[in-house]
Write a protein that binds this ligand. Structure first.
Ligand code: UFG
Length: 329
């Protein structure tokens, strides 16, 4: 199948591009390289350097490309930044995505897979989280992702869009062969920050909140390996029926605390990794972990990585060999 991948030079996007190429698909990556890296794009894929805000380029790429499907990763993802600068998120994550959907409609492309997030659930009262609990995001980032889920549902009804929203939990790890991995600037995610401490690039990691109502007082998250996320995308686009809106949690089903991540990284790396306790970060729910039974049942997906230690080990394989990220490639 010929597939366009927006944001295919980013973290989850680049692993998914590789998964699509491995499965024999013909892949074109569309990325402005603002957050993505040219070196992350699989050599088997073609590359268009372009901005999703360039509606004409998006339209002509889709109109003339002969695509059967689109995987849409290009988006901003920093929750704190979304609180400070919501319109940046509304423009990129909603306006540009709506324009992309228009271009799909006009080009007759009916398969669409969208990066949604567990942030659309807000602060759920109980875990594991099933897809049918109410979605009540608590920040602009989550609002923008939920808005696009609504748009996909409406387009499925109105003109037969086939859309799948994959609600990721915490994407983590790197490719098993350490060829591609996580490289954000600035880095905001726990595992890469902890590994930067192990590499001596940061003095210590700050634990954001130790008074949460969890067994060790720190936040619990569901760290899903990026190659398992990629596999979910491949299955979603391959199985996508037209005119149907689907939505799935993509997580392991297991919760891991911040302290457990730091301890795990100490074991994997053999480094001390100094950690300081610091106040809570605004907007962090105490616990978020998935009930992934729906995607297991309907798409036959299941995570290969069920042990957080193994996830950290792949991340370490990447960070150790690429201490400056893609600048080292
Ligand atoms: N944390 C620290 N210290 C750090 C960084 C993070 O203690 O230096 C903690 C956070 O407070 C949180 C946990 O580690 O409890 C994980 O934080 P991340 O920033 O790695 O990930 P988040 O859970 O905040 O964010 C992820 C996705 C978002 C998504 C969000 C939904 O990256 O895109 O889950 O809650 F919106």
């Amino acid at each position: 199948m010929k597939i366009l991948v927006t944001g295919g030079a980013g973290y989850v996007g680049s692993h998914s591009v590789r998964g699509l190429c491995d499965a024999g698909h013909d892949v074109v990556v569309f990325d402005n390289l603002v957050a993505g890296h040219r070196g992350a794009v699989d050599e088997r894929a073609s590359f268009v350097e372009g901005d999703l805000g360039d509606a004409e380029l998006v339209r002509s790429t889709l109109a003339n490309g002969g695509f059967e499907g689109v995987l849409h990763f290009a988006a901003f993802l920093d929750v704190n930044e979304s609180v400070r600068d919501p319109l940046k998120y509304y423009v990129n994550n909603i306006v540009h995505t709506v324009r992309l959907l228009e271009a799909l409609r006009d080009a007759g492309v009916k398969r669409f897979v969208f990066s949604s997030t567990c942030a659309t659930y807000g602060e759920p009262e109980t875990c594991p989280i099933r897809e049918d609990i109410p979605q009540a995001p608590i920040n602009p980032y989550g609002h923008t992702k939920l808005a696009m889920e609504f748009a996909m549902r409406d387009c499925a009804q109105a003109w037969g869009l086939g859309g799948t929203a994959l609600r990721y939990f915490n994407a983590a790890g790197a490719s098993a062969d350490a060829r591609i991995g996580e490289d954000h600037d600035p880095e905001i995610h726990l595992i890469p920050i902890v590994l930067q401490v192990a590499l001596g690039q940061r003095e210590k990691v700050f634990i954001f909140g130790t008074d949460y109502p969890t067994p060790d007082g720190t936040c619990i998250r569901d760290y899903i390996h990026v190659e398992d996320l990629a596999d979910a995308h491949v299955r979603a686009i391959e199985s996508q029926p037209p005119g149907v809106f689907r939505f799935y949690n993509v997580g392991t089903g297991q919760g891991t605390s911040v302290r457990e991540i730091i301890d795990g990284a100490r074991e994997v790396t053999g480094h001390a990794i100094p950690a300081d306790e610091s106040p809570r970060r605004a907007g962090d729910p105490p616990a978020l972990y998935a009930d992934p039974s729906k995607i297991k049942r309907e798409l036959g997906w299941s995570p290969k990585y069920t042990n957080t230690q193994d996830v950290i080990r792949t991340a370490w394989g990447w960070h150790e060999t690429h201490p400056q990220g893609y600048a080292d490639r």
